[in-house]
Structure formats: C-alpha cells, structure tokens
Ligand binder design. Structure first.
Ligand code: NAP
Length: 302
C-alpha cells in the first residue's frame, strides 16, 4: 500500500513526487513510456526561471534524478484504470495492480493527428510529430510544418536551421503561438508561410513525396513537393482510461480547478490533462506542487 500513486512522469508528476517524498509519503510513479513527458521534445527552454537555456531532455533528467534521489519509486507500466472504494484506491496497469490512499493523475496529452489517409503508415517515412527527434533527417531538404501554435512555430524555427525550405501551413491567417516566434520566423529567408490552408491529401509512393494543400477561402488546391511533413496541430489529453470515474469536459480535460481536486475525493489532477488556461512547463510543475500538497493532506486525514 503506497500513500500516493502518481500516474505520469512528466514535469507535473515528477514535481508532485518530489513534494510528496519531502513530506515523507511513500510514492510510486507509473509511466507508460519514458520519464519527461512532452518537454523532452523541446530543444531549448527559455521561459523557465533560473536557467536562461536548458534542453527539455536535460530538464526532465534533472527532475527525474531529483525525485529518485528523494526516494520516489518509478515503474514503467501504463495505467489503464483507477478504482476507488472505502479501503482506498487501486491503480490497475497493463501488468499489475497497486493499492494506495491517494492518486495524482498527471498523464499529460498525446499528439493530435491530421486524420488523413495513410497518415499512420507514413510515420517515419516522411511524417513526424517531433521536429527535434526527426529534424536531422531532413538536413538540406524541403519540409512543411502544419499548425499555428507555439509547437508549430518553434518546430518551424528549429527546422529552418536544418532544412533548405520550410513551409509553415496554418488554417487561419493569425497564429495562436507567440508573436516573438512569428517575428523570428519572418526574418528567415527559407521559411514560407501558407495561410488559411489545410493539408487535404498525402501523396506517397512508399515515402511521402508531396502534399495537397487546400485554400479554405478560394478552394484552390496546390501540390507541394516535399520530403517531410511535421504535424504540430495540438494535443489530446490522455484521460480516456479514467473517464468512467473522473469528470471530464467536452474536450476530454479533467474538470479540476487550481486546487487540482477532481470529483473523486483522494484523486487529484496535475498538468496539461486538467482544464486550465495556460499550459506551460511552469504551470505543470506548479500543478505538481499543488496536487501533491492536497494529496499529502488527504493521506494524513484518512
Ligand atoms: P495548440 O496551442 O493547441 O495549437 C494547435 C494549432 O494547431 C492551432 O494553431 C490550431 O489552429 C491548429 N490545429 C488544430 N487542429 C488542426 C487541424 N485538424 N488541422 C490544422 N490545424 C489544426 O497546440 P501546441 O502548439 O501543441 O501547444 C500546446 C500548448 O503547449 C500551448 O499552450 C502552447 O502555448 C504550449 N507550448 C509552449 C511552448 C513554450 O512555452 N516554449 C512550446 C510549445 C508549446 P487554430 O489556431 O486555428 O485553432
């Protein structure tokens, strides 16, 4: 029986582990993939206090080592269900069941797909959801980024240093992401902006060769020959496995306020999978601290 089981070893979950261990609670962190969450795909973090520049991987590794050194236990199994009854909580994974007094759900989110024919088959053959992971394969090649948020903008900027030409395809004429990054992109000679347009077809013969792009205003269809397409159209919260127990909003985010409390006493939500206005590294770690503090209080009182 653990005091607290934390589902997800991203910045929110690992920060929660640090807080809970510092309060001497027994802590198990369950993670389906590898520690770090989506921040490991960020090449350069510039907006987290203390370090002017740090890579997402280095950041995540430091937090992981800090949580481990404090005694948090990490197990790499995917949590598929949470049960709650008078005796406490049970977190069911693909391999085991773990008993605990409180649960923190810090599962983050996964890449949203474009939903086009062949999209899945072409992953690794011209389609990528991670510019920092795969950008190096496209040195001096032609690539496109789809999306208008900070991820798309930062991906385009990263790729502009590697690729010969970077198309940035956005479905509107105004970007959702930061103006400073938009300005930095406009200063790059090899970045071409395609506004009010969506990718409507993937053209491939074994590998992606081109995309068809449709202008939403005119209906004009243009074929763009390219080597790689980086999809950065947002993320989907990974809460589906807990939907029978935990209240979600229409977009699948856990209905938990700034105190991270869910509808089930003893179950808390932290990070990008919770309803919130600002999804940043700093708000994820802040959530970890708040959720852990609430979980510590719950464990002490029950
Ligand atoms: P996001 O902010 O949700 O942006 C998704 C973008 O994709 C939007 O521009 C959206 O268009 C577009 N889009 C969505 N579905 C689409 C579709 N089916 N076809 C074409 N375009 C589609 O997602 P994100 O960029 O991944 O960022 C997620 C969160 O992480 C944000 O809060 C962001 O600020 C944060 N983030 C922060 C940093 C940083 O601080 N350095 C870096 C990366 C991400 P519309 O604009 O028309 O809706």
């Amino acid at each position: 029986m653990y005091d607290i089981v934390i589902i997800g070893a991203g910045p929110a979950g690992m920060t929660a582990a640090i807080y809970a261990r510092r309060a001497s609670k027994s802590v198990l962190v369950l993670e389906a993939l590898s520690y770090g969450g989506q921040i490991i795909n960020t090449p350069d973090i510039e907006n987290y206090p203390v370090a002017a520049h740090i890579s997402g991987f280095e950041f995540a590794t430091k937090v992981y080592e800090q949580a481990q050194a404090l005694g948090a236990e990490f197990v790499f199994e995917k949590a598929v269900e949470i049960r709650s009854d008078a005796n406490g909580k049970t977190v069911v994974t693909t391999d085991n069941e773990y008993q605990c007094k409180a649960v923190i759900i810090a599962t983050g989110s996964e890449n949203r797909k474009l939903g086009l024919d062949n999209e899945e088959e072409l992953v690794g053959k011209g389609i990528s959801y991670c510019a920092t992971c795969d950008g190096a394969f496209y040195r001096k090649k032609t690539v496109a980024v789809v999306g208008g948020g900070n991820t798309a903008l930062e991906d385009a900027l990263y790729l502009a240093d590697l690729a010969e030409t970077v198309y940035l395809i956005h479905r509107r004429d105004a970007f959702r992401g930061d103006e400073a990054t938009v300005e930095a992109l406009k200063a790059r000679a090899n970045v071409r902006f395609i506004y009010n347009s969506t990718v409507t077809k993937l053209i491939a013969d074994n590998r992606l060769d081109a995309v068809e792009v449709t202008d939403k205003n005119t209906g004009d269809v243009t074929k763009i020959e390219l080597n790689g397409l980086f999809v950065a159209v947002g993320r989907i919260p990974e809460n589906q496995n807990f939907a029978s127990l935990i209240d979600l909003d229409g977009s699948g985010y856990i209905k938990a306020g700034e105190n991270c409390l869910t509808n089930v006493p003893g179950i808390f939500a932290a990070g990008d999978n919770r309803v919130k206005n600002v999804r940043q590294l700093v708000t994820a770690t802040a959530d970890g601290a708040v959720a852990a503090t609430e979980a510590i209080r719950f464990v002490s009182e029950h």
